[in-house]
Design a protein around this ligand. Structure first.
Ligand SMILES: O=C(CO)[C@H](O)[C@H](O)COP(=O)(O)O
Ligand SMILES: [Fe+2]
Length: 242
């Protein structure tokens, strides 16, 4: 099938709640929806804490109050789990109303198929994330296998913090994914902003996480529009297939 016949996945803008006012999560979520957000991105970080013994986490997995509030808004909750034991989080997140569950490829090599199966059978979409140092080839089996993921998240910063600089050298990974899988949801996370979005769009990303660029803007709705327009432009020109 030529690329002209391929239905490219729709652009989705997913503001990262990591940059929101945690004391007012529900109203911040509603505000993002009003600004045109498609999804809401939630970061759950216990990744480093378990190794370094530094307890650092953002939204407690068992604290489902926020998830329930957002469920009332019928938002799509895009959950990015930077945890070393993602299987333990599947049921709590499914029960709390998460829409998608993205785990890190670096942590669960032995149990990928079981993990994906359990995420999907509990009613969530499954995603796999890779850190900047992880080669893209590592996750091809997860996209092609019988129990395959719905989305690949290419980290464009080292996981851990909002407000870091976008890593353009991650774009060849995105480009390779888009070339191989024209209709896969490809997410980029870290440092996405009006100044960096065109690089991600040209590489073929269609799901854009942005925290500081959206929440720190005077006009968050305007920023969301700029991000979306860039993806739409790249998709209509099919620049990433050239
Ligand atoms: O996963 C993350 C950090 O590990 C965040 O989603 C990401 O950093 C978003 O923040 P920003 O857009 O400000 O870079
Ligand atoms: Fe994230």
């Amino acid at each position: 099938m030529g690329h002209d016949a391929v239905a490219l996945p729709t652009p989705k803008i997913s503001p990262s709640m990591l940059s929101s006012d945690f004391a007012n999560l529900a109203s911040e979520a509603k505000f993002m929806e009003d600004c045109g957000a498609d999804w809401l991105h939630m970061d759950i970080m216990l990744f480093y804490s378990e190794n370094s013994k530094v307890k650092r986490f953002n939204i407690l997995p068992r604290e489902s109050k926020f998830l329930k509030l957002v469920r009332l808004l019928k938002a799509f909750l895009d959950c990015h789990l930077m945890v070393t034991n993602p299987a333990d989080y599947v049921m709590p997140f499914a029960k709390a109303g998460a829409s998608s569950f993205t785990f890190h490829a670096e942590v669960t090599k032995d149990s990928w198929p079981e993990l994906i199966k359990s995420i999907k059978s509990s009613g969530m979409q499954a995603g796999v994330a890779i850190k900047p140092g992880t080669p893209i080839e590592d996750i091809f089996p997860l996209v092609e296998g019988e129990d395959s993921v719905d989305m690949v998240l290419v980290m464009t910063v080292e996981p851990g913090f909002g407000g870091q600089s976008f890593m353009p050298d991650m774009m060849p990974k995105v480009k390779e994914l888009r070339r191989r899988y024209p209709n896969l949801d490809i997410q980029v996370d870290g440092g996405l902003a009006p100044s960096t979005i065109d690089q991600a769009a040209a590489a073929g990303a269609n799901v854009i996480v942005a925290g500081s660029a959206v929440f720190g803007a005077k006009d968050p709705a305007g920023v969301i529009k700029i991000l979306r327009n860039s993806i739409e432009r790249a998709q209509s020109s099919k620049i990433f297939f050239q």
